[in-house]
Design a protein around this ligand. Structure first.
Ligand SMILES: [Zn+2]
Length: 331
């Protein structure tokens, strides 16, 4: 059960704390107001861990990677296999251009609080296509992968059912349902919502045709410590197989080539500046930087990856990503 990278002892510690926070609230529901924010945070952290685990499996051992995927699915709020068809095989290939199921410009290219809030529902609807196709393909040609997908769904739904039943069994209907909602079900929704919103704010108004300006970055200490270096998004896209702990140094190598408007220190200030202030002053909204995703340069067919990205490409393939034990090439 050893992690491939020593930095993932922290990932494991976070994963172990997730159920502790939930169980503490079940033991003493008076702790809900104090610990439930932590449950929401851990779901968001589980989202970044799920992302990292699908790019770079956490453990050397295949079985350990499978079990870790189940564990994280419960706290993240969705079976983690879904990252493969929607993220590794789709988003990393198209980077917010046509063909990306998670495009930020589907109905409008404006970046406002209401587009950001509703993006989850639009994106989830359009991601359901690649997920269904992936499951159908697994069912046809890879029974082991198909069984793994079904197991992830069963464990995720089963955990929510257990949370409701345990809450009602121990504390009665009102407190039991409240416990399940506030410690497992709503944090899970928040985990998936935030992962999609991160994708939105990391790409909206960026230039996917540019070598380094394809993503928005946050280089502040707190955000990157709490979310496993998720702020270094350009470095991640350019090195999708690199371990999350290497992203600060990879970011440092390209930081001076990224437009300064796409590197922010303070995550909360960015939210305040671009969602609260712009609610009253729309002229201060972010503007498209460089070439828009829907405006391909003449020398491309508008669909293919940039030449540089083609070489580096997503490091996982559909089957290997779940067949994590055999993923030496993904390290
Ligand atoms: Zn990624």
């Amino acid at each position: 059960m050893l992690p491939r990278n020593a930095a993932d002892y922290r990932t494991i510690l976070w994963a172990l704390m997730m159920p502790v926070v939930v169980v503490a609230q079940y033991v003493n529901p008076k702790l809900i107001p104090f610990l439930c924010p932590l449950s929401f945070y851990f779901s968001m952290a589980a989202g970044t861990i799920a992302h990292n685990h699908n790019h770079c499996p956490t453990f050397k051992n295949r079985k350990a990677n499978q079990i870790f995927a189940y564990w994280i699915s419960v706290f993240y709020g969705y079976p983690t296999f879904a990252w493969v068809p929607t993220h590794n095989l789709n988003h990393h290939k198209h980077v917010n251009r046509e063909g990306d199921a998670t495009i930020t410009w589907r109905h409008t290219n404006r970046n406002t609080w209401y587009v950001a809030l509703s993006y989850f529902f639009v994106s989830a609807y359009h991601q359901s296509g690649p997920i269904k196709e992936y499951i159908a393909k697994a069912k046809r040609s890879n029974p082991a992968l198909y069984r793994e997908i079904i197991r992830q769904y069963a464990i995720w739904i089963g955990a929510m059912a257990v949370a409701v039943a345990a809450g009602i069994g121990v504390h009665g209907v009102a407190t039991g349902v409240k416990l399940a909602l506030l410690t497992v079900i709503l944090p899970g929704f928040f985990g998936t919502w935030t992962m999609m919103w991160f994708n939105y704010m990391q790409h909206v108004h960026c230039d996917p045709w540019s070598e380094h300006n394809h993503s928005r970055n946050f280089d502040g200490w707190w955000m990157n410590k709490l979310l496993f270096n998720n702020g270094y998004h350009a470095a991640h896209h350019e090195n999708p197989g690199a371990h999350w702990s290497k992203l600060p140094e990879l970011h440092a190598k390209i930081a001076d080539k990224i437009d300064p408007a796409l590197i922010y220190k303070n995550f909360w200030w960015w939210i305040f500046r671009y969602y609260v202030v712009t609610a009253f002053a729309p002229s201060l909204e972010t503007k498209q930087l460089g070439r828009a995703p829907f405006d391909p340069p003449e020398n491309t067919d508008g669909k293919g990856p940039r030449p540089k990205m083609r070489e580096r490409g997503p490091m996982t393939d559909s089957v290997d990503a779940l067949d994590a034990g055999n993923n030496a090439q993904m390290a």
